[in-house]
Design a binder for this molecule. Structure first.
Ligand code: 6GU
Length: 249
């Protein structure tokens, strides 16, 4: 699954670096970073803003609402931080996956997450939702990703979603490999319901079969429960023979 034997390096480019502080310290991501399996470097695009005011955005050519992210701070921040010359964009793009987080991108799937997890490094550019000068997309990025059909105020939360999903697939980050193999989407179905102690709470008993110790019966019950649940909540996944995310039903 993973060709780089361990460590993954992610460079994030944003005008709001503080958003990343606590999500990268807590839980699974915090552990992965502490353990040296994952390294995330967060860069403030404003350090490469233009003029006395370190300007990072400007009004759109042709008019319209909102502001557009200027190209120079993004190009300069990414090339400088990754150690490439501004004349070396072709080599940069060959050597690093440079992802723009934008609602205009391709919708993220678990299959795409697995592809990214196999790379040794990637750079994530967090756009602001009003837009980023298209020359960044055309000449600096290698792909554009959206996390779903709704609009966020910026790409930062989406970048965190992507980092979390990718990090879990890097070997050594999630302890139990089995839990990765069984989970939702790897099998094209949603997960079966889980229960733990107490066996009865406020009069609600957990399904008896789960207490039976009959592993075959438990297995069959789970498969059936997953199927029934998926049919009700995400029937599109069952009709699937390819990219379920293309569907709008
Ligand atoms: Cl990646 N960015 C923004 N601003 N909104 C989004 C998104 C990304 N994905 C879904 N909505």
């Amino acid at each position: 699954m993973n060709s780089h034997e361990g460590k993954m390096l992610i460079d994030v480019f944003t005008i709001f670096p503080a958003i990343f502080d606590s999500p990268l310290r807590e839980g699974l991501l915090g552990k992965a970073i502490e353990g040296g399996i994952l390294e995330v470097r967060v860069h403030d695009i404003r350090e490469h803003g233009t003029g006395r005011h370190r300007q990072v955005d400007d009004a759109p050519f042709g008019g319209g609402a909102g502001m557009v992210m200027k190209p120079e701070p993004v190009f300069e921040s990414v090339t400088a931080c990754l150690g490439y010359g501004i004349e070396d964009l072709e080599r940069l793009r060959e050597e690093v996956e440079v992802v723009m987080l934008t609602p205009r991108g391709e919708r993220l799937t678990q299959a795409r997450v697995a592809e990214l997890a196999a790379l040794p490094r990637m750079a994530l550019i967090c756009g602001r939702y009003e837009g980023v000068d298209e020359r960044v997309m055309e000449h600096l990025c290698t792909s554009a990703i959206s996390i779903g059909d709704y609009v966020l105020s910026g790409g930062e939360m989406a970048a965190l979603v992507l980092i979390d999903a990718v990090a879990r697939l890097v070997p050594g980050v999630v302890g139990n490999r089995e839990s990765l193999e069984e989970e939702s989407f790897s099998g094209g179905m949603l997960e079966y319901p889980q229960y733990t102690r107490p066996a009865e709470y406020l009069g609600w008993r957990v399904p008896e079969v789960l207490l039976s110790g009959d592993h075959g019966a438990v297995e069959r019950w789970r498969r059936q429960a997953a199927l029934a649940y998926t049919r009700r909540v995400r029937p599109d996944l069952l009709r699937g023979s390819g990219d379920e995310t293309e569907r709008e039903d």
